[in-house]
Design a protein. Sequence first.
Length: 232
Amino acid sequence: MSVTGIALILFLTFHACMNVVALFSAEAYNAICAFLGANWYAVVATAALGALVALHFVFAIILTLQNRKARGGSGYAVSTKVNAGTVEWSSKNMFVLGLIVCLGLLLHLYNFWYNMMFSEIVGMEGALSPTDGYGYIQQTFSCPLYAGLYIVWLAALWFHLSHGFWSAFQTLGASGKTWLKRVKVIGIVWVTVVILMFVAVVVAFATGLVGCCGEACGDACHKAAEACGATC
């Protein structure tokens, strides 16, 4: 579970860096989307990523069941007293946070992967080109409901990753008092920066700070905004 978790954190880091490009250049972001479209290497990488998520979730279920079995089907009688202030809230709610993250992932796949890579693979035509990632960002986050759901998802993801980062390294051997403290600090900073990059994109497009309402706005991007009632 630790290995798959670290691999997923690295992927999210790459994804966040890629998304930030959309804040500066629609052309550059769409060029990245075209490069990572339905090419064989992108499809293989996506399948591997899906396998990582599935493995991570399966191991989470196994560990949760093992923990419950070890407790004999009942919670710790002194958990609220002894562990108060010493056990992270995210540590005690990792499975619930993981479920929220998975639900958010399904929404994300519907908004983007389905309309981009999948539609390119099957030759499905839509209002926007499968490689117009900038247009799909504008279309999705111009809707207040979607923007709000993504913020909730990213908040849950922060809690999940902030604990998962150091926990994974602890499982792999970084369990000494000195190194564990360092890993915790590195994890908090790393995860916070990654999540803030995602949030910046959502907020910038949701508030109109960035989007298709500039002078270089194309017809496709105008249609994306109008699809959800936004105005330029």
